[in-house]
Ligand binder design. Structure first.
Ligand SMILES: [Zn+2]
Length: 145
């Protein structure tokens, strides 16, 4: 489980899609709370002061998510899950779902299978959008499995 500090919400969603268990910390939490939950877990932050107070942390400089992923390349442990196994929003493992009226027609027509997050209800399916994302990640150097 990686702790991801506020201001890195998009990064936390990308990391979940490539298989990382991520706890995203909202901006309402103070530094002492974050330090207390990090203990021996890895933390990613853009906050230099917080970085200096947490031994096992990575300081990112870029505001751009893909650039942030480049900064992280080679610094993360192997991902716990496969590509698109986790809901990007809440981190729950998604389950195969029936094609039905809850998703747009073009999805029912084009997707061979769809997945649904049991916790937040979000649907996922493979298509050109996921192919594009996977290629981006592989170009940066992430092993997608
Ligand atoms: Zn979810």
């Amino acid at each position: 489980m990686i702790i991801v500090d506020s201001m890195l919400g998009k990064l936390s969603r990308y990391l979940r899609l490539i298989g990382y268990e991520v706890e995203y910390i909202g901006s309402d939490k103070d530094d002492s709370y974050i330090i207390s939950i990090c203990k021996d877990r890895l933390m990613i932050t853009r906050d230099r002061q917080l970085h200096e107070r947490v031994a096992n942390s990575i300081l990112l400089r870029s505001f751009d998510t893909l650039e942030q992923l480049k900064e992280l390349k080679g610094k993360l442990p192997p991902a716990e899950h496969s590509f698109m196994e986790l809901c990007s929003v809440c981190g729950t493992i998604v389950e195969r779902a029936e094609l039905n009226g809850d998703v747009p027609d073009y999805v029912n027509k084009n997707a061979k299978e769809i997945f649904r997050c049991k916790k937040c209800g979000r649907y996922y399916w493979n298509g050109s959008h996921t192919d594009h994302f996977r290629k981006q990640m592989e170009m940066i150097g992430y092993e997608i499995h």
